[in-house]
Design a protein around this ligand. Structure first.
Ligand code: SF4
Length: 466
């Protein structure tokens, strides 16, 4: 019987089985940022430990970066302290840092792939939930907590429980105006936000296989929103073509040797899965979340559920979500008024995302009552977009064009919702208060759908604007 990529990569990185039943895994790449690392570095200092594998560690600054004025010291003293700590810790432990002003700075899950640091067959860890993004390359990538960041800094290892593997095939084709974001929201909508607990998700099928690496990253990024510990796509020609020539990818014949090895890690044809799910791409439409978790999602032509229409066990959650969002059960999601439009994040802040959104806004203008902003995922995305003139397209349409960072995905800088503002957002979480205001509301959707909503001033169907 064949093996899955998960099993092959897990076995290759197993140091030993621990008495607890967990596995001690070697971590090939540790990505570090300013929010979850200060305490971890401090714990190392307390014990007099150093980082044994600084060459397998890569740091950047993303969460707290202001997107308008990056002059130091930052106006926000806490943000300044976090960045200063990261700079000092990286200096002390010889960890490469793509800091402020560095041409490669950006969101940790955007720059790892851009630099070619993310490669197939790796185990990757980062103190951020959306580390699952890197699974798009056929890596096993895990979001970890601060004490685990300490463990990886000190030992380059992690103690993890083994996972089951669910194969999710999306077959056929996605209709025009339907994107990777809609596919993953449809998957989470079907399987639930806890459906993936204990699993790694392996994505496949014609739709996934035809996707670009950027689209695969969007899908894998949100695996964690479906409860999965990791998500991945088997590496193929698309993966290798993306990586060839990247600064940290192997070069010349070493790249060809690496590609052959990477290809051998893909799941075997006869691999056994713990569960299988198949969906049809043609049945997916542009998705919009209506509630307070990413599984509370409908197609743009659908209505939000009424409490009486759902299973009794789900009813309290639906009542709570409708009350928080100020939506009536049974109402159409189409036409829901928005106040803010945010295009960015590690889910959808890459060049292809900005291109699709720009295609929608070109020759149109954001509605007068909508504050619309575009925050590229990295400096490299920003430069590439500006070279293509996308910044001008957005500016002419009344959008603000900002510097790279996490921005309003999490609102750890000064880009935040105010009061009960409703935000059409290309990010990944619609939890209560996620975008900075304790009462702010988030509607997750694709970047093209956010662009359409910004123009219409309300949730709109992007298929009518392409
Ligand atoms: S963009 Fe959002 S989800 Fe992604 S790393 Fe930043 S804060 Fe986390």
């Amino acid at each position: 019987m064949g093996s899955t990529l998960y099993q092959k990569v897990w076995d290759l990185h197993t140091v030993r089985k621990l008495p607890t039943g967990q596995t001690q895994l070697f971590v090939g790449l540790h990505l570090v940022h300013e929010v979850t690392s200060p305490q971890a570095f401090a714990m190392l200092k307390d014990r007099g430990w150093t980082v044994p594998f600084p060459g397998r560690t890569l740091a950047t600054v993303d969460h707290i970066v202001p997107t308008r004025n990056v002059a130091r010291p930052f106006a926000d003293a806490m943000a300044e302290e976090m960045l200063a700590r990261l700079e000092a810790n990286c200096r002390e432990h010889r960890v490469p840092l793509h800091g402020l002003g560095d041409a490669a700075q950006g969101i940790v899950h955007v720059i790892g792939p851009e630099l070619g640091a993310t490669q197939p067959g790796m185990t990757i860890a980062c103190g951020d939930s959306h580390t699952s993004t890197h699974g798009a390359f056929g890596a096993l990538a895990f979001g970890i907590g601060t004490s685990q960041v300490r463990d990886v800094l000190a030992t380059q290892c992690l103690a993890l429980d083994p996972l089951k593997v669910r194969r999710i095939d999306v077959e056929g084709t996605l209709p025009k105006g339907v994107y990777a974001k809609d596919a993953i929201l449809a998957i989470i909508g079907r399987l639930g936000v806890k459906g993936g607990v204990g699993f790694a998700y392996e994505y496949g099928g014609e739709v996934i296989e035809r996707m670009s690496m950027e689209e695969r990253m969007t899908v894998c990024n949100m695996s964690v929103e479906g409860g999965a510990r990791a998500g991945y796509v088997n590496p193929d020609r698309t993966t290798f073509d993306y990586l060839r020539g990247r600064p940290l990818a192997p070069e010349g014949t070493a790249f060809e040797r690496a590609s052959a090895w990477w290809a051998s890690l893909a799941s075997d044809a006869g691999a056994r899965y713990d569960d299988r799910v198949t969906m049809q791409g043609s049945s997916i439409e542009p998705a919009v979340t209506w509630g307070i978790n990413p599984g509370q999602v409908v197609g743009v032509s659908e209505r939000v559920p009424r409490p009486e229409d759902v299973e009794p066990s789900e009813r309290p959650g639906v009542v709570e979500a409708l009350a928080y969002m100020g939506l009536a059960g049974g109402s159409a999601i189409l036409g829901t008024r928005i106040d803010v439009a945010f295009i960015g994040s590690c889910t959808n802040g890459r060049l292809s995302d900005l291109r699709e959104a720009a295609r929608v806004v070109k020759g149109r203008r954001a509605a007068p009552h909508v504050k619309a902003l575009v925050v590229p995922g990295s400096q490299a995305v920003s430069r590439a977009a500006e070279d293509e003139g996308l910044d001008a397209v957005f500016r002419e349409a009344g959008f603000e064009w900002r510097g790279a960072g996490c921005s309003m995905c999490l609102a750890m800088n000064d880009d935040r919702l105010e009061g009960r503002q409703m935000c059409a957002s290309s990010s990944n979480r619609n939890f209560k208060g996620r975008q900075g205001s304790p009462t702010g509301r988030t509607l997750l959707m694709s970047p093209a759908m956010v662009a359409a909503a910004a123009v219409a001033g309300e949730v709109a169907d992007v298929r009518r604007m392409l």
